[in-house]
Each structure stands twice: as C-alpha cells, then as structure tokens.
Design a protein around this ligand. Structure first.
Ligand code: SF4
Length: 455
C-alpha cells in the first residue's frame, strides 16, 4: 500500500508595489512552502489569499484597497500584509471580513496568520524548498535585499515612518544568499535597499569572515565580493547596484566596473538638480559637484550607464528651478530617466510646504522633461548602432510562420529588468533560452530600445 499524502492547503499571493515588496513576498512564500503549503495560481484554487500591499503613495494605497476588494470578492479568505498593513483600521473599516492584517516585514506574524486560517498538514513528504527559495522573478535574475529602512528624512517620503531606520543585513548573510542564488541559476543580481550606499552605516561596517577573509559590511567590499561569484559553468553574473546615493565612496565602485567585476550601471535617484528644490526635499548627498563626478566616472568607465528618477512640480519649484533641471540634464546626459509628477502622500512633511504647483503646470513640466530625456536617450542609443555588446536573454519568441526565424527580447548591461529598455533580437536561432548571455551586433535604435542580431 502506498502512503497517501493528503492534499496540502493552497495559498494565493497578490504582490503589489516595488521590488522590495516582491522580495518580501518571495520570503513569505518560501517559508510557507517549507511549512508544506502549495501555491495556487488563481483565486478559485486558493484556501487563503495573501495580499502584500504597498502604501508608498496615495495612488498605491488605492491600488492596494482595490486588490484587497478583488480578493475578497473572488475568494473571501484574505490576509493582508505589507506597508499598508500598518493602517489596519482603514482596511478593517472597508473590509471587516479580512482574516488578519499584518504590517511590513512581519514575516512571522503573516506566516502565523496563515497557519491559523488554514493549518498546515504535517507530513514528512513535503517538498524541500528549492535552492535559493521560491522566486517570483524569472530564474535568471534575482533581487538581493541588503538592508531595510532608511536614516534619511526626505520631505516627500514616508518610508522611514513605515519601515523605520536603516537596519543592514550581515555581510556574510548577504554574500551567502547571493552565492546560493547564483548556484541556483541566477545570472544577474539586482542589489536593492532604500539607500545602498549607506549599507553597514548602522553596524559601523561590522566585518565578518567570508571565504577565510574579513569582509566589511560596506558597499565597496560587498561589490568586490559579488564580482567574484561564478555560475556552475564559470560565468560571471551581472551585478547591478540600485538606489545608490552619490556619497564620496561611490567613486570607489567605478573602478570595479571598469575591471568588469560590477555591471557598469548605477541607479541614482537624484530627484532634482536645483539646489533650492533639493534643499526643500531634504535629499541626502545633495552636492553641487555631482556633474564633475559624473564626468570623472565616465573617464574611468566610459560604458557606465546612469539611471535616475526625477520629481517635477514639487512644492515651491519655480520655472527657473525647472529650467535649471532641464539644463542640468543636458550636461549630465543620463542614460535612463524616469520622471514623476509630485503627489502628496499622507503623512509626508512636504505636504505642508508652501508653493503648491498647479496640476496643469506639473503636467506641462512632465511633458517637457519626458521630451528632453527621450531625446538624450535616443542620441545615446543611436551612438551604439554598429557596436557589438553582451546581452542577457529574457524571452524567446515562437518561430515565424513564414520563414521560421526566431526573435527574442534581451537586455544590455545598461538595462535593468522591468524599468529600462530592451534589445530586440532577430534570427537568434534554435536552442536559445532565457538567461543565455552572448554578444550581439546592434543594428538600429529608437528612443528607448535597441535592435540587433547575434554577433
Ligand atoms: S532616501 Fe529619502 S526617499 Fe529614499 S527611502 Fe530614505 S527618506 Fe525615502
């Protein structure tokens, strides 16, 4: 007689918000899976639905409430977690039937709530968690969260009040997780936090032993160690740094990019350029010489791609401030830019600042910055036509019905997944798969994407 294994309870997950939230969802699912739960891809098959919410902007809160409403209507057994879980009264007022509400990073509480709502069935045959945990991103790239919280108090942001001050992970724990991810097939590590350059400030950069040597909890040391990792077939994974503020020590990671240890890419959320707006925003590492430093970075590593985001229509932003930003962008020639219209967030200090910018002015400035940055991007991409460069493959298409040729979507080192552009490939041949890395010849470009063929 074979032992009959009872069906395990099934969990549905709706994950909203930023990559950091996605990593939290992965952690929760990894723990639940190791407790013997199965996953459900739809509401109907789930015994419990988890909604991991985002509460960063008012629009994100609206989206979170909508998602909870949908899960309640479709399934009815719902547990809410994540940033908006800190406003349990708002959620309970709207959805009194939710089974439990837990806040951001309360892994244990959310897992306990699932245990209460749908107890796990004890058996010795539950699947082991796959190496590297359960992942919601494709297997070939992974987010590596190095810290929680933030010591800054930017006036438009409520993250420190939701997530608290900076708490850095131990360097050996970060490197061990990265090593596991690479061993499990990750070809690209995306280092994330609220403030990557501040990593280890709270622990005074406490060193730990790693591979027989002392390594500090410091961005530069971490970057150097991540650059030594190799996949099972000896390939160096791409390592991309996100949310880097331009503190002086950022200069030390640029040579690592020139040496090929780090992907030549920096995501620096400048948010503005005008000194008076930056002051009102209370931005960290807000210094006048940043343009000089960008020039020096490009001297050391000519291929470096700099990505940033900007807010237009911040309270008190004058036409002169905005024009300063456009002129600054002309000088800085950033490779990738995201722009946002200022949106007041409940609880943010910026809401009390004088000089609210009318919506139509915000909109007009938004259009102008988008035009400016699209033109810069188009010119920079055009300059890449004719070059051969490495790409990582994200998705392979079906063979063309007429000639059987196969196209694919890939990214260059200048493109982070989800937020930057793509390299669209023709004639990739058979046998290619997501995560493959190879050289391509760039044949064409538009405002945001490149087009090419395997070299
Ligand atoms: S650096 Fe500023 S915007 Fe970023 S999380 Fe900290 S307070 Fe918020």
């Amino acid at each position: 007689m074979a032992t009959k294994i009872p069906d395990a309870p099934k969990i549905g997950m709706v994950s909203l918000g930023c990559p950091k939230n996605l990593v939290d969802s992965e952690r929760i699912l990894t723990k639940l899976r190791s407790d013997g739960y199965q996953m459900s891809a739809d509401y109907a098959g789930a015994d419990v639905v988890l909604v991991n919410t985002c509460g960063f902007l008012d629009s994100a809160k609206e989206e979170s409430l909508e998602a909870i409403g949908e899960a309640m209507a479709e399934n009815g057994r719902v547990i809410v977690t994540g940033c908006m879980g800190d406003e349990a009264d708002v959620i309970r007022a709207k959805f009194p039937q939710v089974l439990a509400v837990t806040g951001a990073h309360q892994y244990e509480q959310v897992v306990n709530a699932v245990h209460d709502a749908s107890p796990p069935i004890p058996n010795a045959f539950v699947d082991l968690v796959p190496e590297g945990g359960l992942k919601l991103t494709p297997r070939h790239y992974s987010y590596l969260k190095i810290s929680e919280g933030c010591n800054h108090r930017c006036s438009f942001c409520i993250i420190p009040s939701i997530r608290g001050d900076l708490v850095s992970r131990r360097i050996d724990a970060v490197l061990r997780e990265a090593e596991k991810l690479v061993a499990a097939g990750t070809k690209e590590l995306l280092v994330i936090s609220q403030d990557t350059s501040a990593y280890g400030v709270d622990t005074r950069h406490e060193p730990r032993m790693w591979k027989g040597r002392e390594v500090r909890a410091h961005m530069t040391d971490m970057a150097r160690e991540l650059g030594q990792l190799r996949t099972a077939d000896g390939v160096a994974p791409w390592v991309r740094l996100h949310y880097v503020y331009p503190y002086p020590h950022v200069d030390h990671v640029i040579p690592l990019m020139a040496e090929g240890l780090l992907t030549p890419y920096l995501d620096i959320p400048f948010q503005h350029a005008s000194p008076s707006v930056l002051k009102a925003m209370k931005r960290p590492a807000n210094e006048a010489k940043v343009l000089d430093r960008i020039r020096k970075w490009r001297d050391i590593c000519p291929d470096i791609a700099i990505r940033s985001s900007f807010v237009v229509g911040f309270p008190g932003e004058t036409e002169a401030d905005f024009q300063y930003l456009l002129d600054w962008l002309d000088e800085a020639q950033l490779d990738r830019v995201g722009a946002f219209r200022f949106e007041p967030v409940e609880g943010a200090a910026a809401n009390d600042l004088p000089g609210a910018v009318p919506e139509e002015v915000k909109e007009e400035r938004y259009q102008r910055i988008m035009e400016k940055t699209a033109a810069i991007s188009a010119a920079k991409l055009q300059a890449k036509v004719g070059r051969v460069m490495p790409v990582i493959l994200d998705e392979v298409g079906e063979p063309d019905e007429e000639d059987g040729s196969i196209g694919a979507t890939a990214r260059s080192q200048a493109d982070a997944p989800e937020i930057d552009g793509n390299v669209f490939l023709r004639d990739v041949g058979e046998g290619r798969k997501a995560g493959d890395m190879f050289d391509v010849l760039i044949e064409d470009a538009d405002d945001h994407d490149l087009y090419g063929v395997p070299a």
